[in-house]
Design a protein around this ligand. Structure first.
Ligand SMILES: [Ca+2]
Length: 311
């Protein structure tokens, strides 16, 4: 009797261990190497073309008619630059949670798009590309290959002649890009190799704004422009108890950086807390805040815009 109970315990333990080992599922996703990948203008895709594996949240169904809304619903799980030498792309990533929109049996897509220049896009889907159910101990790794997919936009010619995939061109913004991709898009390879130019805290155009700030506000880090004068506007709002600083910031809607405004009385201690900073407008392309304290109450007040890198 005693022996039987022990066996049962070890069996339960073994089952629990099996589930925890299966909780992460590998997804291998790729487009074949050595094939011609072309832009709509019949140019070979370069390394500023990226491929993302992801899904659309809120059950959004991407189509040619609603292309201008894709970026708002898109959530990437993984991304890779196009291999302009070998052609194609290949990555292995891991699904760790069935969080929205990577819900069990939900549809996966591969979206390829140009980081700069024209909006050249390819969107691939397949009935077989559904997210694994991580609670199912029998889920298995996925192998998703572009040549087995259908195009939502873009043209595919499975025999690879004259092209394997060709993009389509849209008048719409691509999804938000990550910080490192912004660097790749705005700096040349030589600049990227030179930390004195392309590190986040550098200011190659000498306008007093670091590269990090230029990214967050969507200005050009290599050209000191007049347009930046309205990238940050500081004004006063007259409220009952006096004058309150109002700061309006143009945000770069294409990047994942966080933008916030901090206030200070001594330029040493800065606060972004809600007790001091009232958010008046919080949009992808614009942030407007107001100081909760009147200048008259504190004597003086300073404001600064902070750009914080995010994954
Ligand atoms: Ca600068």
């Amino acid at each position: 009797m005693m022996r039987c109970r022990l066996l049962l315990h070890s069996a339960v333990f073994g089952f629990g261990l099996l589930i925890s080992l299966r909780a992460d599922i590998a997804i291998h996703w790729s487009g074949p190497a050595g094939e011609p990948y072309w832009t709509k203008g019949d140019e070979p895709l370069g390394s500023s073309f990226v491929w993302e594996l992801g899904a659309f949240k809120d059950d959004f169904q991407p189509s040619r008619r609603n292309f201008d809304q894709w970026a708002a619903y898109w959530v990437p799980l993984d991304r890779v630059a196009h291999d302009e030498v070998g052609g194609g792309f290949a990555r292995t990533t891991t699904l760790r949670e069935n969080s929205n929109p990577f819900t069990a049996n939900g549809r996966a897509y591969i979206w390829g798009y140009a980081l700069r220049g024209e909006s050249d896009w390819v969107l691939l889907k397949s009935d077989a590309w559904t997210w694994p159910d991580l609670s199912d101990s029998l889920s298995f790794p996925r192998f998703w290959q572009a040549q087995t997919a259908q195009t939502v936009v873009g043209e595919m010619d499975p025999d690879g002649n004259p092209f394997f995939l060709r993009t389509e061109r849209f008048r719409a913004d691509p999804p938000r890009v990550y910080a490192d991709d912004w660097l790749t898009a705005v700096f040349s390879d030589n600049d990227l190799d030179d930390p004195a130019i392309s590190e986040w805290d550098r200011d190659p155009d000498g306008d007093g704004w670091t590269n990090l700030v230029e990214m967050g506000l969507g200005t050009n880090p290599l050209v000191s422009e007049a347009e930046r004068r309205d990238a940050v506007v500081i004004a006063y709002d007259r409220v009952a108890d006096g004058h309150h600083l109002r700061v309006e910031v143009k945000r770069n809607p294409m990047v994942t950086a966080r933008i916030q405004v901090a206030f200070s009385v001594d330029r040493t201690n800065w606060s972004t807390a809600a007790e001091e900073v009232e958010i008046l407008e919080d949009r992808a392309d614009r942030l407007v805040v107001r100081d909760r304290f009147a200048i008259e109450a504190l004597g003086k007040r300073f404001a600064r815009v902070e750009v914080v890198l995010q994954d």
